[in-house]
Design a binder for this molecule. Structure first.
Ligand SMILES: Cc1ncc(COP(=O)(O)O)c(C=O)c1O
Length: 405
C-alpha cells in the first residue's frame, strides 16, 4: 500500500468548505457530478435575493445581469486559458455540442469526413455522427486498445485525409480515466486543416487545462463536474466563432458569442460559476492572476489526487475477485471495475448500503464498453476521486470491495 503523503493541498481545509459532506456519505461519484462548496451555493442564493433584471435595460439591475454574464465567461476563460469573448455558456455540454455540431455541419460538404473516437462519452460522438449523416459526411472511428483502454495517436495518420473537417476527441475518459495525447492528435489534425473539438468535461476537474497547449480549436467543459453549478461551456477563438452561423431567433443578438446562446441566461448560476473559479484559485495558497492561481491549484489537486488514486488502484488490484478495466498509464483518478459473479448494480447497491456513492452502468461511454465487451453484463462500477476525497474514504471503499469476495 503506498504511504500517506503530505501535499500542498490541505484536504481538511477544503472539506470544511463543503456543507454537503456532512451527510456522512463517501462521495466517489464525482465523475457524474461534484459537490459544491459553500461559496458557490451562497453566490447563487445571494444573486437570487438581489434585483437582477434581463440584459440590455438602462438601470442597475439590468447592468448587474450584464456583469454576471461577463463574470461567468471570465471564469471559464481563466480555467482553460481562453478569452471571455470566446466563451459560450449553456445548460450542459451535450446541448452545446449538439448546437456546435449543427453549426459546423453547415460548413461541410458531401464527401467530407470527420473522426470520432471509441473512447469518448456519447455526447462527443452522437451529435457528430448524426450531423454527419444529415449532410452526407463520412464518419471514421479511432479505436481503443481494449486491453489498456488507450487511444493510440498513431492511428490518426491513417484516419486523417485531405477531406477530414473535424476530429472530436476526449481529453480524458469519464469511464476509465485515459488521457490521450490530445496535442499529438491535434498536430496531425491541423496538418490536414481539420478542426479539433476536445471534450474536456472529465479532464477539467483533475488537471490544469490550457486550450492552446492541447491544440484544441474548440473545448467543452461542464462546471458541475468541478464544484460549480449545472452549466456547460464551449470555448473557441472569437475569430473561429465569427465564421459559424448557428440557428437563432431573428431578434436575438447576432454577435459572438451571444448568437450561440439561446434564450434568457440563468444569471444566478453565472454568479455561482464566478465563485467556482475563485474557489479553485484558492485551493492552495499562491500568488498571481486568477488564471495563474487556478493553474497552481490544479497542479496541486492533480498531485494530491494521483497519490490518492495510487492507493485505490493498488488496493483494488490486490483483490482477486475484482477486475479493473484497462490500465492507461496517463489517467485521471477514475477507474471502472467488475466483481466476479456479481452484477454491477448489485455491487453498487452493496456499496450504497455501506455509505458509498459510486456509479454503475456505462455512464454513456457506450462505444467504449461495447468495444471492451462489458455492456451485456451491465457495464461496470465506477470509482471516481476528486480533490475533496481522503485516504480514509479510499480505505473504506477498499474494505467494502474486499468484503464482497
Ligand atoms: C467526458 C464527458 N463528456 C460529456 C459529458 C456530458 O456532459 P453534460 O452532462 O454537461 O452534457 C459528460 C457527462 O458525464 C462526461 O463525463
Amino acid at each position: 500500500m503506498p504511504d500517506s503523503v503530505t501535499t500542498e493541498l490541505d484536504v481538511l481545509r477544503v472539506r470544511g468548505q463543503f456543507m454537503s459532506l456532512a451527510d456522512g456519505f463517501v462521495h466517489v461519484d464525482g465523475a457524474a457530478g461534484s459537490l459544491v462548496p459553500y461559496s458557490v451555493a451562497s453566490a447563487v442564493g445571494n444573486t437570487m435575493r438581489t434585483a437582477v433584471a434581463n440584459r440590455g435595460g438602462p438601470f442597475a439591475a439590468s447592468q448587474l445581469a450584464d456583469d454576471l454574464v461577463h463574470a461567468g465567461r471570465s471564469a471559464i476563460a481563466d480555467l482553460v486559458g481562453g478569452v471571455p469573448e470566446g466563451v459560450i455558456l449553456g445548460p450542459n455540454m451535450t446541448s452545446l455540442t449538439y448546437m456546435m455540431s449543427r453549426a459546423l455541419a453547415k460548413t461541410w460538404q458531401l464527401g467530407d469526413e470527420i473522426i470520432v473516437s471509441r473512447l469518448d462519452h456519447d455526447a462527443n460522438i452522437r451529435p457528430w455522427v448524426q450531423a454527419a449523416r444529415a449532410v452526407g459526411v463520412t464518419v471514421r472511428w479511432a479505436e481503443v486498445d481494449i486491453e489498456t483502454c488507450e487511444l493510440p495517436e498513431w492511428q490518426y495518420d491513417e484516419l486523417l485525409t485531405e477531406r477530414t473537417r473535424l476530429v472530436a476527441v476526449t481529453a480524458a475518459s469519464n469511464a476509465v480515466g485515459t488521457r490521450p495525447d490530445v496535442a499529438a492528435i491535434a498536430r496531425r489534425a491541423h496538418a490536414v486543416g481539420a478542426l479539433m473539438y476536445v471534450d474536456a468535461v472529465h479532464a477539467a476537474p483533475h488537471i490544469p487545462l490550457d486550450i492552446a497547449e492541447l491544440g484544441a480549436d474548440v473545448l467543452a467543459v461542464s462546471p458541475y463536474k468541478f464544484c460549480g453549478p449545472h452549466l456547460g461551456a464551449v470555448v473557441a477563438k472569437p475569430e473561429l466563432l465569427a465564421g459559424l452561423h448557428p440557428d437563432k431567433l431573428v431578434p436575438s443578438p447576432a454577435g459572438v458569442p451571444e448568437r450561440f446562446e439561446t434564450g434568457t441566461p440563468p444569471f444566478e448560476l453565472y454568479a455561482g460559476l464566478a465563485a467556482t473559479a475563485d474557489y479553485l484559485a484558492d485551493l492552495v495558497p499562491s500568488e498571481g492572476t486568477r488564471r495563474e492561481r487556478i493553474l497552481a491549484s490544479m497542479r496541486a489537486a492533480e498531485t494530491y489526487e494521483s497519490h490518492l488514486f495510487a492507493r485505490l488502484h493498488y488496493g483494488v488490484r490486490a483483490l482477486a475477485h475484482v477486475s479493473v478495466l484497462g490500465s492507461p498509464p496517463r489517467c485521471t483518478p477514475t477507474l471502472s471495475l467488475t466483481v466476479q459473479g456479481k452484477h454491477p448494480r448489485e455491487v453498487n447497491e452493496f456499496l450504497a448500503e455501506r455509505g458509498i456513492c459510486a456509479w454503475d452502468g456505462d455512464y454513456y461511454a457506450t462505444e467504449l464498453f461495447e468495444a471492451v465487451g462489458v455492456n451485456a453484463e451491465g457495464g461496470a462500477v465506477r470509482i471516481g476521486l476528486l480533490h475533496y476525497n481522503t485516504e480514509t474514504e479510499v480505505d473504506h471503499v477498499l474494505d467494502a470491495l474486499a468484503s464482497l469476495g
